[in-house]
Design a protein around this ligand. Sequence first.
Ligand code: BES
Ligand code: MN
Ligand code: ZN
Length: 509
Amino acid sequence: MDIRVEKGKPERYPCELLLLFSFESPESSEGPVQRVDSEWKGFISDLMREGDFKGELFQCSLLHTRGALPAKRVVLAGLGRREEFDLEKWRGASAKAVQFIRDSGLKQLACPLGRFDTFSLGELSESFVTGFLLGTYQYNDFKTLDRDKIKEIEEVILLGETDEEVHGIGEGLRVGRIISEAVCMARDLVNGPSNRVTPTALAEKAREMARDHAMEIQVLEMSEAEAMGMGAFAAVAKGSQEPGKFIVLEYNKGRELDTIALVGKGITFDSGGLSIKPSDKMERMKDDMSGAAAVMAAMGAAAQLRIPFHLVGIMPTTENLPDGKAYKPGDILKTLSGQTVEVISTDAEGRLILSDALTYSLRYQPKAVIDLATLTGACVIALGDYIAGLFGNDEALLKRVEEASRKTGERVWRLPLWDEYFEFLQSDVADFRNSGTRSGGAIIGAIFLSKFAGKVPWVHIDIAGPASIEKERPYIPRGGTGVGVRLLIQLLRDWGFQNSLLVRNEAML
Ligand code: BES
Ligand code: MN
Ligand code: ZN
C-alpha cells in the first residue's frame, strides 16, 4: 500500500475518493467537512439535518459528487459524540472507514487530517495510520483460489494544508507505519501454521530482522542450551523432532544505555505433550508463540524507532509434543537457576521454558524484565478474550505498563501475586511443581514465574486471551492480533523519552 502526505485543501483536491470524518450533528460542521460542505452548497448539512447521515460512530456513507467538487466521490464516516472522542475510537473509525471503502471495491482515497482538541497532529495521524493498517490486515498467504477477488486498498493520501501540518502528519505516518507493520508481522507469525512457523523458521526470521535493523543475534541450539543448564527448556523441546531454538536479539548492544529485557513464550505448537489436550480447538494452539512473535516484532520496531535502550529480546522456541523422548509427569528438571521442578503436567510447559529464559535474562543485569506469554487458559476464563492479565513485583513498572495500556487500547488488568497460593506449587520431591490447582490458575502460573525473576523489576503479561480472537474488532480482524507489540513500544517510547530528558537535564547541571 502506498501511503503518502500531500499539501492540499480537501475542497480543492482532485481524487477518486475523499474520506471525511464527522461527529454527530450539530457540533459536527467544522474543519475540513465544513469547508467541503460549503463548497458543496450545504449538501452534507442537508443530509445530516434530514437524518440520512447522522455521524454515528463507525457509520459510513458513499456519495458521488457529480462534478460539484474536484473529488469524484466522498465517503462520510461517523465519529460519534464529540465529547466521547478518544484515540481508540479514532483508530476504530479509521479502520471501519477504510474497510468500507475497500469492501466497496475502491482502491484509492485521500483524507484531510487537521489538529483537533488536545490531540496533536502527529498523534492523530499516527492513530489514523495505525487504525487503517491494522484494520485492513488480511492473511492470505495460503489462499490459492479466487485470488483476484481479494480486495485491497492501493493508495492513501493524507492531506495537510500547511508545510507544518504536512510535517506533523508525515512524522505520525512514519511512526504509525513502523509500529503497524511490526504488529502485522507478529500477526503473520501467529496466523502462520505450525508446520511453517517452526522454531527454525522463527530463528530465520529473527536473523533476517537482525540484518535489516542492525541488531545482534544469537541462536542457541538445543545442545548448547542443554550444556548451559537450561534443563526445563530442554525437557520441553525433547518431545518433538523439530529442533528447538533459544533466540536472543539485541539492539544497542555494547552502548552505555540501560538494559531492558523482553521475554516471549515461543511454543510453536502446544499439544499439551503427554498430558495431551482435548482435540477440540487444539488447532488454536499454533498461537502459543504469540509472546515470542510480539517480542520479535517489537524489537524490530524499537530498532527502527531508535529507542534509547539496550534491548534484549529473549525467545525460547520449541514445540510441545508427546514424542518418544518426551518429558513425563513425575520427571524432575533442573532449571538454569539451579532450582528444581517436579513436572505434574506436561501441558504447563510455558512456565518451564520461561523459567530458563527469565534466569537467562538476568545475565544482562536489566533494569526491567517484561515477559509476554499465552500462559494459562485460566486467564482467559478470568478476563476473556480482550484483556491480558498483568502481574509484577514492581509498582513503578506496573504503572508504566498500565499507562502504555491506556494509551494503546491494549487492555491489561492487574492480578495479584500474593503468596497464599504458593502452597499449591510446593512439591514433596523438588523445589516446586509446575502446576497447582485449576482455580486461580493464572495467578499460580505467575507465581511460578516470579521465582525465576530474581530481584529485578519484572512484569508478566498473560496474553492467552487476546493473542488471537474469534470475533473481529474494529481494527483487529479475526485470528492472530499481534497483541503486545504496541504496548511494548509505547512503554519504551514514553520511558525512553523520559530517559533522554533526564540525561539532557543531567548534562545541563
Ligand atoms: N498454552 C496454554 C495456555 C492457553 C490455553 C493459551 C488456552 C490460550 C488458550 C498453556 O501451555 C497451558 O496449557 N496451560 C495450562 C496450564 C495448566 C496445565 C496448569 C492450562 O491453562 O490449562
Ligand atoms: Mn500447555
Ligand atoms: Zn502453552
